[in-house]
Design a protein around this ligand. Sequence first.
Ligand SMILES: NC(=O)c1ccc[n+]([C@@H]2O[C@H](COP(=O)([O-])OP(=O)(O)OC[C@H]3O[C@@H](n4cnc5c(N)ncnc54)[C@H](OP(=O)(O)O)[C@@H]3O)[C@@H](O)[C@H]2O)c1
Length: 328
Amino acid sequence: MSALVTLNNGLKMPLIGLGCWKIPNKVCAEQVYDAIKLGYRLFDGATDYGNEAEVGQGIKKAIDDKIVTRADLFIVSKLWNSFHRPEHVRLNVKKNLEDLGLDYVDLYYIHFPIAFKFVPIEERYPPSFYSGIKEEAQGIIATERVGLADTYHAMEALVDEGLIKSIGISNYNGGLVQDVLNYCRIKPVALQIEHHPYLTQAHLVEYCKLNQIQIVAYSSFGPQSYVELKSEVAIETVPLFEHPTVKKIASAHGSDISTSQVLLRWATQQGVAIIPKSSKKERLLANLKVDETLTLTDDELKEINNLNKNLRFNQPWEWMNMKFPIFD
Ligand SMILES: NC(=O)c1ccc[n+]([C@@H]2O[C@H](COP(=O)([O-])OP(=O)(O)OC[C@H]3O[C@@H](n4cnc5c(N)ncnc54)[C@H](OP(=O)(O)O)[C@@H]3O)[C@@H](O)[C@H]2O)c1
């Protein structure tokens, strides 16, 4: 098992989990089951990933086989953009729970700070970047007239009801984090952001630390995850696995240390939680055990910090032609 961090609501969360985005449906249940057998306890899922039923099957098998109990696990899901209206927030989480076969999730994020037009579950689920208008071919998606505070308060009601244990926010910048802190009754426990040596977001990380909000890194391997989405920026960027600095640091720690381990350890050594995704069983253990395998020196951490170029890959505008400047 990975180390645990204590969240601002007292719950303990594994510092390392398995990211479930793009784990193909046909291997997902087995991958989750194998991951639990290897010691993974946190699974980072979402409405949008379209594989929560399979994640749930893997969890069920592990519980049935008495490898873990539900209480040993830390299950994460995310509210999709088209469920931001308060009355739809509960609808979304009930669907997540039904698919996962669970009574509650440990952490439920607002996936993006943008509200798409509601799409009924019967019409399309997950709705992805679909809002049912013909202009979508030009990247225009219909929006819902709802403020983030209203969505957040509906998430707080889910905590009261016991359907979710904690609230998370994702893809929020510093201004939006500060805004939540102004209106929340229940503080967010975590902020999930794209975070890797090309996009270190040092100020945001520090600001959240000061406010006891745990940073959870996604896409720790930088461009890797976006190459398969045919993102031009990702394809044109030197892969972090191949970056000379990362390679040099890996080899300084011995021939059995990989660049992937350097990238993950760089995050966890700063107290940033990680959720590397892999569909391959053989990669699960190396990713999970990174803290026991490797310790970077302060100079090495600084050298990696210096690779920052504020380069973001999770830009749906770029790989989906979606006309929403989420981060600009
Ligand atoms: N909140 C958000 O908006 C958001 C956005 C993106 C991601 N996320 C979450 O964060 C998780 C992680 O991010 P991500 O999936 O974008 O990317 P990632 O974990 O940075 O990278 C995944 C890629 O790296 C490969 N990989 C995994 N372990 C490896 C290893 N040890 N050596 C070499 N290659 C390895 C995987 O290939 P194989 O599968 O073939 O092993 C896959 O191509 C997601 O799964 C999701 O849960 C959240």
